[in-house]
Design a binder for this molecule. Sequence first.
Ligand code: S3P
Length: 171
Amino acid sequence: MKNIILVGFMGVGKGSVAREIIKISDYMSIDTDDLIESMENRTVKKIFEESGEEYFRNLEKKVSLWLQNSVTNTLISTGGGFYKQKNLKDIGVVVFLNSPFDKILKRIKSHPNASKKLKKRPLLNDLKRAKELYKERLPEYTAVADIVIDVTDKSALECAKELLLKVKTHA
Ligand code: S3P
C-alpha cells in the first residue's frame, strides 16, 4: 500500500472522505493539521493568531519531511495549503478532491456546526479573499495531483470508493 495524500481546498471534505476510507479499507489515517496542533498544543486558529501564517507554514514543512522519511501505508489528510510542500510527490500518491467554491461554501454552511467550522479556519474569515485564494490555487492543485476526484454532490462514501479504485489502478 502506498501513502495516499489528500489535498484540496478548506471545507471540501478531506476529513470526511478519509474517515470513510478507513472504514472500508486497511488504511489508517493521519491529518497534518492534527499533527501540528498536537506538536504545538494549540489550535491552528491560535497558531495563526499568535505566531502568524509563516510560522504555521514552517510547521507544515517539518511535517512534510517527517512524512516522507517515516510514514508508509497511510492515508494522509492535509490542510488546504499543504499541497505547496516541495516534496509532496515523494510522500505518496497525490489525490485532489475538487468542487466549485460555491458548492464548498454550501457544504460548510449546511453542517450543524457551521459557524464553528468557519471560525476555526482563519483563511475563510473573509469570503471574498477566500474565493480569490480558491481561484489562485485551483490550477496548482490540479498540476500537483496524480488523481482528481470531483466530490460535488457525492457522498463521502461514494468519493472514498472512487478514490480507492483510482489509486488501485494508478501506475
Ligand atoms: C489552510 C487550511 C486549513 C488549515 C489552515 C490553513 C489553508 O486546513 O491548514 O487554516 O491554507 O487552506 P483545512 O483545509 O482542513 O481547513
